[in-house]
Unconditional design. Structure first.
Length: 399
């Protein structure tokens, strides 16, 4: 009998799970714990409006719905899951221990930025995940002239766009042949490279960072490249991906190799009454017949809701079938994608008209995903085709 449900992590997936529990009629106790006193907020704005200063922290905050009747223990860092006793253990901001028992548990502890791997972290070197990180980076950006961004993924490129618009001298160092190439292929990568270059951003491809150069004051003064000239920098952002928030689960006995391992219904493998959702969850996505961990806003909302229903036994037994959607904003251009291009063996340009670009990705002749820039309606218009994984021939006939 489910009388008490604990939600671990009170951001996007956690809030969505809480809403769904109540919407589905669960009238027992719900306790939510989060290390961050500020959660939830619109995390995508951390590298966009908040960093540029177009939005202040108040505009980025998500107001917690007053009618959910959730006991929120904010500033509580989870340190352990004891499956034998069926309780989570946390440390309060004042250092005190807290144990919270559960009948059902939603794991929604998201992800954290991959730490800087180049020796001790010098002042002026940043990673970006939270409002607090954005505050620090924004302060340094205001005083900087030369910005080096290590990593040409979405977050690195969004920050490059913000810094370029602030008038900084910006260099992005990307280890692949083109930024986003491993995700969206060569033509999309070339388009994004040209977009950034047209705004004065230097893109160094095939670049590998050997280390950071400290200045006389101890602040960062540059980035050393393997076999290349050092790049001078007043500020460095290291945006090389993220790690799932599983530190507190390490000795729980759960498989947390790359996120919390779940079945197709978001039920955590090896634990009754435990589900996971959002950036932390590695679940078997029936749409692609493989294990996936997705770090996108909409996926976290939808999966949080599905996981809550799973806990109550009200879920669709077919599983959490997801064609993950994401967007990225750079220089006022919106890039969008529906589905997962991972492992694609063909990229087919569907439209290339002025600034508009639409590309379809396929594997073994079947559609995986569609991505576009300046092409909202076109991308979203392909959603049902992605969900039905139509053949590339049928797609070509349809466009
Ligand atoms: C800079 C940035 C820009 C992004 N931009 C986009 C975008 O444009 N489009 C898009 O689709 N997606 C974007 N994303 C991804 C999107 O924000 C995430 O997919 C989404 O926030 C995931 O929600 P979540 O609830 O799973 O995890 P999170 O938002 O990471 O939340 C996890 C919560 O768990 C808490 N927590 C973690 N560990 C513990 C612990 N041990 N104890 C207690 N609490 C803990 C954290 O404090 C946090 O509140 C962006 C992400 C970042 C970082």
């Amino acid at each position: 009998m489910m009388r008490q449900i604990v939600i671990a992590g009170g951001s996007n997936a956690g809030l969505s799970a809480a809403r769904e529990l109540r919407r589905a009629g669960f009238d027992g106790r719900v306790v939510l714990l989060d290390a961050d006193a500020q959660s939830p907020y619109r995390r995508p704005e951390v590298s966009k409006g908040l960093l540029s200063g177009k939005l202040d922290e108040g505009r980025v905050a998500i107001e917690w719905p007053g009618n959910l009747e959730v006991e929120r223990l904010m500033g509580h860092r989870l340190v352990r899951l004891d499956l034998g006793r069926r309780q989570v253990e946390a440390i309060r901001a004042d250092g005190g221990d807290v144990q919270v028992p559960f009948d059902g548990l939603v794991i929604a502890t998201g992800a954290r930025a991959r730490p800087v791997p180049f020796g001790p972290r010098l002042p002026g070197v940043h990673t970006l995940r939270s409002v607090e990180d954005a505050r620090g980076l924004r302060k340094d950006l205001r005083e900087a002239r030369r910005v080096v961004i290590v990593g040409g993924g979405f977050i690195g490129l969004e920050v490059a766009a913000v810094a370029a618009e602030l008038g900084q001298d910006v260099t992005v160092v990307e280890k692949d042949k083109v930024p986003l190439g491993s995700v969206l292929g060569a033509s999309f990568g070339a388009y994004v490279t040209a977009l950034h270059r047209s705004h004065g951003v230097r893109i160094v491809t095939g670049g590998s960072v050997a280390g950071l150069v400290p200045g006389p004051s101890g602040r960062v003064a540059g980035v050393r490249l393997v076999g290349g000239e050092p790049l001078a920098a007043d500020v460095v952002l290291v945006a090389i991906g993220s790690l799932p928030g599983v530190d507190w689960l390490i000795d729980s006995g759960l498989d947390v190799t790359d996120g919390v391992r779940c079945d197709r219904t978001c039920a955590v493998a090896g634990a009754d009454g435990v589900v996971a959702a959002g950036d932390v969850a590695a679940w078997w996505n029936p749409l692609y017949s493989r294990l996936m961990r997705v770090e996108h806003w909409t996926n976290a909302v939808e999966q949080g809701a599905y996981a809550a229903r799973r806990l109550l036994g009200l879920h669709d037994p077919a599983g959490f079938v997801s064609a993950p959607y994401f967007w990225s904003d750079q220089y006022g251009a919106r890039l969008q994608s529906i589905g997962s291009s991972l492992g694609h063996d063909a990229a087919l340009t569907l439209e290339s008209d002025g600034p508009k670009l639409v590309v379809a990705y396929a594997r073994a002749g079947r559609l995986l995903s569609v991505a576009g820039i300046h092409a909202s309606a076109a991308v979203m218009g392909h959603r049902s085709q992605v969900l039905s994984r139509i053949s590339i021939e049928d797609l070509e006939c349809a466009v």
